[in-house]
Design a protein around this ligand. Sequence first.
Ligand code: NG1
Ligand code: ZN
Length: 543
Amino acid sequence: MHLEAVLKSSARHAKPAGLTLQYGTAGFRTKAEHLDHVMYRMGLLAVLRSKNTKSGIGVMVTASHNPEEDNGVKLVDPMGEMLAQEWEVYATNLANAEEHELQTVLTNIIKQESINMQQESFIAIGRDTRPSSENLSRSVIDGVSSLDSKFQDYGLVTTPQLHYVICCRNTNGAYGEPSVEGYYQKLSKAFKELIQQAPGHGSELGCLRVDGANGIGALKLKDMEQYLQPMLSIQFFNDGSKGKLNYMCGADYVKVQQKAPEGLDMKPGERCCSFDGDADRIVYYYNDHDNHFHLLDGDKIATLISTFIKELLSKMNLNVKMAVVQTAYANGSSTRYLEEVMKVPVYCAKTGVKHLHHKAQEFDIGVYFEANGHGTALFSKTAEDQIKRLVHTGATEEIRKSAQMLENVINLINQTVGDAISDMLVIEAILHLKGLTIQKWDEIYPDLPNRQLKVKVADRRVIETTDAERRTIKPPGLQEKIDEIVKIYNLARAFVRPSGTEDVVRIYAEADTQVNADALAHEVCLAAFSLAGGVGDQPQPLP
Ligand code: NG1
Ligand code: ZN
């Protein structure tokens, strides 16, 4: 195998000696200045993956909710899903190969996967609004070009838009038109049709306040706004015109801090939402009349969507298997409500949407959400066919109408990946169809107070987990200590796990009151600090 052109170009994207990175929860992520060689090499890997699958592959340059100085890259597989896990190992090997090892690592992948290098390939490239993203996406293109592959640079797009485009291309347009324009058209058409099915609630949803995290989501939603009028009027905050990406704003800030983003003034009862830096996550919130902040996170969203779907299915007498997939971070109240009140089976997957997505694919309808607001609903081909058939052949008007609504939900939801814009439109439509205010939605079940913390340790890999990350098996003694602490509190649960996107260990705790959740989180944090090799000052309790 001659790879001269590859090696020659690689010299222009030299790897800093000794730097090692891991393809983590969502691709590679670190300070932008360390990523040039990774981008070039992910361009190479994308071409190999494309030849291997005989399909188009996506490369998205983004570090999502991380600070603006960071960057990262994720690969998108043929149906718009995350890169297959077997290939994450190749990605890691390739990113960490020293210059003189590059040829061997590439040749090994080609051999192991029996890749026909004559096979055509196509790569779609997208990027977020970080100042470093443009140059880094050029490095991806350098990698793609050095293997003589076809490609299209989609420029500034949200992560879910790139996933959508890949899925459209590889299904020859069956999923939609493979362009950002096609995305706007598909979603807005389904949204309009859904809104028009509302019985007696009028067809205008009023104003929604959107915090764009100063990122790509704000730009793209502005482009899309004309397609959504007059039904939905949007007021933009943190649209990138002045503030810094993800700084004191965005879905992650709102979820973790449990408060409104900077720059958004809320009057009681106003419906607000925040996107993250690449617009694949969304959370809703409002202030009540006593000016208390209420967060409606991924768990509340999963409940709203799955309840709506379940109600439609029962009106249609359609017996399909539906389940909700969550992670350990799901609020205990949401799990209880879904299982005990809604009688919907709930499964717990490891953190990272790839795990939730795979689990959700096991059902006719799988609704999955991380508590942080990343999620979607998946419909199997069989379920989709059954629903579409009933639109025309349903025995009663009610069956046909419900099937039509569900068909519109299928078209509105981005089935390839969690998508802030698409999820937002689904939520807006459901609230409208059910005549629910944001307060009424919030009152469906009360969340257990909870707290997330993080702690620095020398090597976060000393922590190993089991049972979908709800328990630790290493270091010795940590789980026993956590069990001991949890026992003291009411309705309590807590766990620790190493982050896959940041060099920290994360702590989650929930309990009957906020004071208790905070105290529990702090105690567990101290346990992790002392048993897993904490560095720096001992964590202090919350003020
Ligand atoms: P890590 O850093 O592995 O906890 C975070 C989120 C994940 C997922 C990824 C990718 C939390 C607690 N963790 O992963 O859910 O969204 O980032 O963006 O929110
Ligand atoms: Zn994101």
